[in-house]
Design a protein around this ligand. Structure first.
Ligand code: PLP
Length: 390
C-alpha cells in the first residue's frame, strides 16, 4: 500500500453514523460521567476530536510521533521558540520568513533569546557560526522569497554534534516533496495556510515532532498558551490534505515551466527556482526533495521599485496578494510587502532586491500563466522606453 493510500484511509469513518467525512466537533467542553471520567476529551483547548484527526494526518505525512495544530503558522513557530529560555541562542537562516524575523527580534530578544542569522546554503557557515550557547537551529528550505536551499542532513549533523534542537520550516516544500524528520530534524513546522490547506481560505499552523517526549512538551506549551486551531478550520485543512499530493505535483509542473520561460526572457535578470540547473544548490535540492515546489522568484532586468510595481499591477491571473500555496496564482513584491518589516540593508544583503518578484504558481493552465507574465513584462519594457524618451 502506498503512503498516500494509507494516509487517506488513516482516519476511520465515524463509528456513530458511518460519516465518511470527519465530523466537525464544534464544542468547547465534554460531559463527564464523574469528575475526571471522560471519553478522552475534557476541554477543547486541550484536545478536540476534529483537531486530533488533523494532527494525526500531518504527523503521518511528516513521519513524526506527534503533531499539534495551531491558529497560525506563526503561533506554531512561537510554540517552538517557547522551548527555549533566556540566554539561549538561535542560529537561523538569513533569508528567514519576515514574520519569524519580527517574532524573534521584537518579541523574543527582550526576553533574552539572541538570534544569529547566517547563509545556511553553505554548510561551512553553519559550522562556523554555531556555539555552545546555540540551543536551536532554525532552517527554512527552500526559503522565502529567494528559494535558497540548504542541506538538511548536513545541518542536522552539525546541530546534533552541538546538542542543539533542529527545526525546519517545511512550508514551501510541503511533506509531499520533503520530510525533514527523516533527514535528521527534530521538529518540523508548517504554515498550513499555504499548501496543506491549499485553497487560500484560512490561517493555520502545525508543529510535528520526531519524538513523543518533544511532542508532549509542545502540547504542554499549546495548552498553556492557547493558540489552538478551531474545529471548522481543522476540518478544512483535512479536506485540503486529501488532495495535497495531486495539487503539489501540478504546482511543481507548472512552476518549472514558468521558471524556464522566465529564464529565457530578456526582461528578466535572474530566476530563483531550485528545479533549474542554474540554481546554486540544485544538486542538494534533487538529493533531499522529490520535487521543487510551486514558488518561483525572479529579478526584473530593470531592477527598481517602480518597474516591480508596474509588473505586479499588470497581470490578470496572477493576483497581487501576500501568501502562497493556493489553487489560484498569486504574486507579490517582497521588498514592499512581505519583507517590509526587515530593514532595507539586511533585506538587500539577503538577496531580496528592489526588483525581486515572487510568484506562487497555481493550478491554472500553464500557458495562460505564461502569456500573463509575457504581457506584464512587455508593459514594463514599454514604460521604460517611454521614460527614456521623455
Ligand atoms: C506564511 C509563512 C509562515 C507564517 O504562517 P501564517 O500561517 O501566516 O502565520 C511561516 N513560514 C513560512 C515559510 C511562511 O510562508
Amino acid at each position: 500500500m502506498s503512503h498516500v493510500t494509507d494516509l487517506l484511509h488513516s482516519i476511520p469513518s465515524d463509528p456513530l453514523t458511518g460519516a465518511i467525512s470527519v465530523p466537525i466537533y464544534q464544542t468547547s467542553t465534554y460531559v463527564q460521567e464523574a469528575p475526571g471520567v471522560n471519553k478522552g476529551f475534557d476541554y477543547s483547548r486541550t484536545n478536540n476530536p476534529t483537531r486530533a484527526a488533523l494532527e494525526k494526518l500531518v504527523a503521518g505525512l511528516e513521519h513524526g510521533e506527534s503533531a499539534a495544530a495551531f491558529s497560525s503558522g506563526l503561533a506554531a513557530i512561537d510554540s517552538v521558540v517557547k522551548l527555549l529560555k533566556s540566554g539561549d541562542e538561535v542560529l537561523a537562516v538569513d533569508d528567514i520568513y519576515g514574520g519569524a524575523f519580527r517574532l524573534y527580534t521584537h518579541i523574543y530578544e527582550k526576553f533574552g533569546v539572541k538570534v544569529n542569522y547566517v547563509d545556511t546554503s553553505r554548510i561551512e557557515n553553519v559550522v562556523e557560526a554555531i556555539t555552545p550557547a546555540t540551543k536551536l537551529v532554525w532552517l527554512e528550505t527552500p526559503t522565502n522569497p529567494t528559494l535558497k536551499v540548504s542541506d538538511i542532513a548536513a545541518i542536522a549533523g552539525v546541530a546534533k554534534a552541538n546538542d542543539a534542537l533542529f527545526c525546519v520550516d517545511n512550508t514551501f516544500a510541503s511533506p509531499v516533496l520533503q520530510n525533514p524528520l527523516l533527514l535528521g530534524a527534530d521538529i518540523v513546522v508548517h504554515s498550513a495556510t499555504k499548501y496543506l490547506a491549499g485553497h487560500s481560505d484560512l490561517i493555520a499552523g502545525v508543529v510535528v515532532c520526531k519524538t513523543k517526549e518533544l511532542g508532549d512538551r509542545i502540547r504542554f506549551i499549546q495548552n498553556a498558551t492557547g493558540a489552538i486551531l478551531g474545529p471548522f478550520d481543522s476540518w478544512l485543512v483535512i479536506r485540503g490534505l486529501e488532495t495535497l499530493h495531486l495539487r503539489v505535483k501540478q504546482h511543481c509542473k507548472n512552476a518549472l515551466e514558468v521558471a524556464q520561460f522566465l529564464e529565457g526572457h530578456p526582461g528578466v535578470k535572474k530566476v530563483f527556482y531550485p528545479g533549474l540547473p542554474s540554481h546554486f544548490n540544485h544538486e542538494v535540492a534533487k538529493k533531499q526533495s522529490s520535487g521543487f515546489g510551486g514558488v518561483v522568484s525572479f529579478v526584473l532586468s530593470e531592477e527598481t521599485i517602480e518597474a516591480a510595481k508596474t509588473f505586479v499591477t499588470s497581470t490578470k491571473y496572477f493576483k497581487l496578494a501576500e501568501s502562497l500555496g493556493g489553487v489560484k496564482s498569486l504574486l507579490c513584491h517582497p521588498a514592499e510587502m512581505t519583507h517590509k518589516s526587515i530593514p532595507a540593508e539586511i533585506r538587500r544583503a539577503s538577496g531580496v532586491s528592489d526588483g525581486l518578484i515572487r510568484l506562487s504558481v497555481g493550478l491554472e493552465e500553464v500557458q495562460d500563466l505564461i502569456n500573463d507574465l509575457e504581457l506584464a513584462l512587455q508593459k514594463v519594457e514599454l514604460k521604460e522606453k517611454v521614460a527614456v524618451n521623455a
